[in-house]
Design a protein around this ligand. Structure first.
Ligand code: ZN
Length: 265
């Protein structure tokens, strides 16, 4: 009788081990992301090229990167929407309203950076993530001013400050900051692992209008400087674009997992 019981428990343990091994090797452990909605915005488009240097345009780099993001988010099981999937111009409200319509968990606007001072083209570089917040930092203000100028093309600029003031004190700021930290950490981490001398520009607050309209955690990623020769080349390299996308997807996953623990959603 004892022998039978021992055999039975050995058999059950064997089955359990098989299940664990199957889980480790396959997709059984993949987190179910089917209820998570992400909206990705490729900056600029159409008549608005964004920053341009050596014939390379910001609008093209960010469109290619958002297409990589689309594939990676899909692969992980997310519901993913793009504000634009071709070279066309969108008004500010067309960029942000989709996030509310789709009830997105996060909104990410993708841009490439630039500086005006040609003497510093070789030294100013790095990946940066921004969340909506007023700031006294002159550098963040000037980057926001450049991006805001083009995003406001064709829109009524009335009451811009009123809009900004109305969202800057909400809980969205805290959540957007958390999202920015997770995305920046994972994006930089992956790039730094695969490419030499990638600079971490960190997480920064700035008053970007494109982040105002979406009433959910929203960030703007500056994926590199189009004015820096090394980064300009990388921004148009498919493998670099893919690593960028994978890092951003991993960051969003981390943010959502942490938020689930906090509020149990
Ligand atoms: Zn831009």
């Amino acid at each position: 009788m004892k022998q039978i019981i021992r055999n039975k428990s050995t058999f059950i343990m064997g089955i359990a081990v098989l299940f664990v091994l199957a889980g480790c090797g396959g997709s059984a452990l993949q987190v179910d992301r089917s209820s998570n909605v992400v909206v990705i915005d490729a900056g600029h488009g159409g008549q608005d090229s964004g920053a341009v240097n050596s014939g390379k345009k910001e609008k093209d780099a960010v469109l290619q990167i958002t297409q990589k993001l689309y594939k990676e988010f899909k692969k992980e099981g997310y519901k993913i929407y793009l504000t634009r999937s071709s070279d066309r111009f969108l008004r500010l409200d067309q960029r942000t309203k989709i996030a509310d319509r789709k009830n997105a968990d996060v909104f990410i606007s993708v841009h490439a950076n630039a500086i005006a001072d040609m003497k510093r083209f070789n030294v100013v570089e790095g990946v940066e993530t921004y969340y909506l917040q007023k700031t006294r930092d002159a550098r963040s203000q000037s980057i926001a001013a450049r991006e805001n100028a083009s995003v406001l093309m064709g829109t009524d600029p009335l009451s811009q400050n009123v809009i900004l003031d109305s969202v800057l004190s909400g809980p969205k700021v805290i959540e957007s900051h958390k999202l920015a930290i997770d995305v920046q950490k994972n994006m930089f981490g992956l790039l730094n692992k695969n490419y030499r001398s990638v600079k971490n520009g960190g997480v920064r607050p700035a008053p970007f209008y494109v982040l105002v309209g979406a009433s959910r955690p929203s960030i703007l990623v500056e994926v590199g400087y189009i004015t820096n020769p090394k980064e300009r080349k990388r921004l148009f390299t498919p493998d670099y674009q893919e690593q960028l996308a994978k890092g951003i997807v991993a960051g969003v996953g981390r943010y959502i997992d942490n938020r689930k623990k906090e509020v149990g959603f």
